[in-house]
Design a protein around this ligand. Structure first.
Ligand code: LLP
Length: 463
């Protein structure tokens, strides 16, 4: 058991086995609007059956809008693709944890991959049963473990330390174990979660020790877990990673499931081939089925997609309020920024940007930016799009995953509202924050009377 020695293989977009290809970032000139498939009427962009301008007039700007039909379509496509009868799909709700989205995916038969007590609580409040939730935290405290144990959700141990502590807190529990399979991939170094550079999971050489610790505490390891990274468009990576876990599974007699994590990517710009999800599902199901047959046990295959289900359903709408020229650039300044969608500054991620007010027209090479007081506050460093004028609405696409979920109040800006469009109806699923929300939690603010309350357990404030 345990593959020793360096076999790290890191795959980045555009190439296999360590080939570094141009990361996201400035797309360069030329039309690359993934406008194919967009709903354009009268040269205006529509989302979920309503004109974006109309949505902003009605609900304010900036605004996140999600199309329920797109989420359902992705959820169904994935379910249909995995033909192994014992497949369990868990929605990785860190991508978008709005309860309305959670409920929608519960309706599609998905469970939840949770990474924090907050996500467990949100899932329970959104109607998921405790058996539908797998808690895979990283560097968790004993308080967090107690929280998960008290809610009786299944826990994935991410380290030897956690195993030991779980053994003390809840001997005899059935748990899963996260393995670092020494295979990593992803759209950016920050999201590659396998290999020696990664803080996640138990390194494969330490599995013997993990088993010893588990045995001592009577913990039953009923699942093995891995997640190699995020934004993967190369189906082979998933198969390679699967092989590692299948290889290891023979050493774990109590196994009920193998969890291969998430990571299914969506193409961000033209030239990137989408994952053929049907082929991927068929390939992984066949490989998994053969392994089960050979081993003489019918395990459950678990996957934890996040981005794939919600990214393309969402758009961030913002209004241009200032167009400014320097000798180098035209800046189209909006009322949003990286505090609402940080993926471009953080990962160099590419998001298509559309002038929702005039989808086509004479184009201009423009840097679309926000109102945050940092020069890196850009949705794109430069893109050729239909000329933006003050008052126009811009749509930043593929904002349904890791958009609002990673937003913050930096510069003391309240966060935008979220709207879900479903069956032709648009409704607010999270109200826009107000100035009062900025001081609700601080000393002297409503709910923040310092010193009077019992001290909270830890910074997450759960009990
Ligand atoms: N399972 C585990 C254990 C994970 O850590 C993640 C994502 C997923 C599932 C879901 O991965 P997905 O299917 O969404 O790729 N903020 C980054 C992505 C970080 C992903 C973190 N872990 C971004 O905006 O690209």
């Amino acid at each position: 058991m345990g593959r020793a020695g360096p076999r790290t293989r890191v795959v980045r977009p555009g190439g296999r086995a360590g080939v570094r290809a141009g990361r996201g970032g400035g797309a360069g000139r030329g039309r690359d609007v993934a406008a194919a498939g967009l709903d354009v009427r009268g040269n205006r962009l529509w989302w979920g059956g309503t004109a974006c301008e109309r949505l902003v007039e009605r609900f304010g700007s900036p605004l996140y809008v999600y199309d329920a039909e797109v989420i359902r379509a992705r959820a169904r496509a994935l379910r249909a693709a995995f033909t192994w009868p014992r497949t369990r799909l868990l929605y990785s709700c860190k991508a978008n944890s709005n309860p309305a989205v959670l409920r929608l995916l519960r309706g599609e038969g998905y469970g939840i991959d949770a990474v924090s007590p907050g996500e467990i609580a949100l899932a329970l409040r959104s109607g998921f049963g405790r058996g539908d939730i797998l808690y895979t935290g990283n560097n968790v405290t004993d308080d967090e473990l107690r929280f998960a144990l008290s809610r009786r959700v299944r826990i994935t141990a991410d380290s030897l330390s956690q195993l030991e502590r779980l053994g003390r807190l809840a001997p005899g529990t059935s748990i899963a174990l996260r393995v670092n399979p020494d295979v990593g991939a992803g759209h950016h170094d920050h999201v590659i979660t396998g290999g020696p550079e990664s803080k996640f999971g138990v390194w494969i050489d330490q599995l013997r020790e993990a088993k010893r610790l588990a045995r001592r505490a009577g913990l039953r390891i009923v699942g093995l877990h891995q997640h190699v990274g995020s934004g993967i468009l190369d189906a082979e990576v998933f198969l390679d990673a699967m092989e590692v876990l299948l290889d290891l599974s023979g050493g774990f007699p109590d196994l009920e499931f193998l969890d291969f994590g998430g990571g299914l990517g969506v193409p961000a710009k033209t030239g990137q081939e989408p994952l053929d999800v049907r082929a991927l599902g068929a390939m992984l199901s066949a490989r998994f089925g053969r392994a089960c047959e050979r081993a003489g046990r019918g395990l459950t295959m678990v996957l934890e997609p996040g981005r794939f289900l919600v990214a393309e359903a969402g758009v961030l709408l913002a209004r241009v309020n200032t167009v400014k020229r320097t000798p180098e650039h035209i800046f189209a300044g909006t009322d949003s920024g990286f505090h609402h969608l940080i993926r471009h500054p953080l990962y160099g991620a590419h998001h298509e940007i559309v002038n929702a007010t005039r989808v086509t027209g004479p184009e201009e090479f423009v840097a679309v930016c926000g109102h945050v007081c940092e020069s890196g506050d850009l949705f794109t460093h430069g893109r050729s799009i239909s000329r933006l004028r003050e008052g126009d609405v811009v749509a930043v696409l593929q904002a349904g995953a890791y958009g609002f979920a990673m937003s913050m109040q930096y510069n003391s800006r309240p966060r935008p509202a979220e709207v879900l469009v479903d069956g032709g109806r648009a409704r607010v699923i999270r109200r826009r924050e107000t100035l009062a929300d900025l001081w609700r939690t601080v000393e002297g603010g409503k709910g923040g009377k310092g010193g009077k309350k019992k001290p909270q357990m830890n910074t997450d404030g759960h009990r």
